[in-house]
Design a protein around this ligand. Structure first.
Ligand code: DAH
Length: 339
């Protein structure tokens, strides 16, 4: 029996397992109820009394060694995926999906960067506003339709708190606190009570620009607009100004650029006119300056405002406005290169 035990000890010492199946087979072979060691334990009953002590001790050693060996092999198998031999440190990493900048953020950044070249700095204001900053200070008549419930989201009825319908409110916020020269660009989100469709949403984004100083003229505005259009849409871009009306500017204009798809020849996108509208602008109305304690006898200025979605659509031909707020990564990933 002693020989048998010694032989088993040697055998166990040399055990190897390549897989958990192999390991389980070994466990059954040596340690299960009908395994080799249990069989020896059964035979132990027949051992002569004077040998019991010596053989008993050896059997116990065999059992613990077998147990330890199986545990050791199991641990090795568990760690083998991380063991040094299996890691190839020279392999290239798995591609890790990284986020992309939102197309509206890309375009907003670009617009701000163009105006920064002309010395404009960024100003921001609250999205939850009051009637004074959004309408009254900007020369909207008390019965102007823009104040209507149809367009404006009122946050609290009767409490004069509303969601701003345009970023022109930031003009007032800055002019109230700062004397000219003022040269600011105000990007931000605005809200209007519109039925949501491919061409309208209840929120969208605008960038407002304001320049107030001595002797600012319409010619300055025109030059700024031309510079912006060329920087944004390419050096060959042309601009045209059409007379328009805004309560806060006088005179007011809307600016078109030559269609950047057909180069002005006429296509379905520009409805065969060769021109697409991109922004509103004008000379700041003296009433607005007065409302903000700036003397219109000394200072003049221009303002302009544009929709970021509109500019983005022109640059990237996004057909449906709703894509901008749906968070569909298949859409957003297409802007990876522009980020
Ligand atoms: N606030 C106007 C709007 O939301 C856009 C605008 C037009 C802004 C003319 C201006 C401006 O600063 O001069 O439609």
């Amino acid at each position: 029996m002693i020989n048998k035990i010694e032989a088993l000890l040697k055998e166990i010492e040399a055990l190897k397992a390549q897989s958990s199946e192999e390991l389980e087979a070994l466990r059954i072979k040596y340690l299960s109820k009908k395994g080799e060691i249990s069989t020896l334990m059964n035979d132990f009953r027949e051992v002569a009394a004077e040998q019991k002590r010596e053989i008993g001790q050896k059997l116990n050693v065999l059992k613990t060694q077998a147990q330890d060996k199986i545990n050791e092999l199991k641990e090795k198998l568990d760690n083998s995926s991380a063991s040094e031999e299996t890691i190839d440190l020279t392999r290239t990493a798995y591609p890790y999906p990284i986020g992309t900048r939102h197309p509206l953020s890309i375009v907003k950044k670009e617009i701000c960067a163009i105006f920064a070249k002309l010395g404009f700095s960024i100003a921001e204001g609250p999205e939850i506003e009051d009637d004074w900053h959004v309408f009254s200070s900007l020369n909207f008549a008390a019965d102007h339709p823009a104040r209507d419930m149809q367009d404006t989201f009122f946050v609290m009825h009767g409490a004069d708190i509303l969601l701003r319908t345009h970023t022109s409110s930031v003009q007032t916020r800055v002019m109230e606190k700062t004397q000219p020269p003022i040269r600011i660009i105000c990007p931000g989100r605005v809200y209007r009570n519109e039925a949501i469709s491919y061409r309208a949403h209840c929120f969208f984004h605008q960038v407002e620009a304001l320049y107030i100083d001595r002797n600012v003229s319409f010619a300055d505005l025109k030059q700024t607009l031309l510079f912006f259009a060329k920087e944004m849409f390419g050096a060959e871009t042309k601009i045209r100004l059409r007379p328009s009306f805004f309560p806060f500017t006088e005179p007011s204009a809307e600016m078109d650029i030559s269609c950047n798809l057909c180069g002005g020849k006429g296509c379905p996108f520009c409805k065969y006119t060769g021109w697409v509208e991109i922004l509103g602008c004008g000379m700041v109305d003296p009433n607005v300056l007065r409302n903000c304690s700036i003397d219109p006898e000394i200072y003049t200025g221009y303002a302009l405002g544009m929709g970021i979605e509109r500019i983005t659509n022109l640059k990237y031909q996004v057909k449906d406005l709703r894509m901008f707020s749906e968070n569909d990564v298949r859409f957003l990933r297409q802007f990876e290169a522009a980020t």
